[in-house]
Design a protein around this ligand. Structure first.
Ligand code: ZN
Length: 120
């Protein structure tokens, strides 16, 4: 198991149930990789844990409370999301159009080259 500290993650203060010290608990991500035949990494399971600053014990702490979002803000966020999706779609269509015109131009250039070579 690999345990990595989350940069800028939560730090909680409290008494550690393991060592009984007043400790800080730093947010970490514990990654367990299930390996088959010692070459194939099958799956990663990632878990949010907190590490005691005193004894390095890993603990499960309650997740932070969900932020309460009022319906108006939520609607605004949804509208923004929809708008962004639309813009992204338009952008992709534009990119495709640019790509197509590039291909057309290249084909025309090549055709022109061919015509010159053939003395047309
Ligand atoms: Zn501890």
């Amino acid at each position: 198991m690999q345990v990595k500290t989350v940069p800028g993650g939560r730090v909680e203060h409290g008494r550690c149930p393991q060592c009984g010290d007043d400790a800080r608990f730093r947010e970490c991500i514990a990654t367990k990789t299930w390996t088959a035949y010692s070459v194939l990494d099958l799956a990663d399971s990632k878990e949010r844990v907190f590490r005691c600053s005193e004894c390095a014990e890993l603990l499960q702490l309650a997740p932070p409370p969900e932020k309460v979002v009022d319906p108006a803000t939520k609607a605004k966020l949804l509208a923004l999301k929809a708008r962004r999706a639309k813009l992204e779609m338009a952008l992709r269509a534009k990119e495709r159009a640019v790509e197509a015109s590039k291909v057309r131009k290249k084909a025309n250039d090549e055709l022109g080259e061919l015509k010159r070579k053939m003395g047309l």
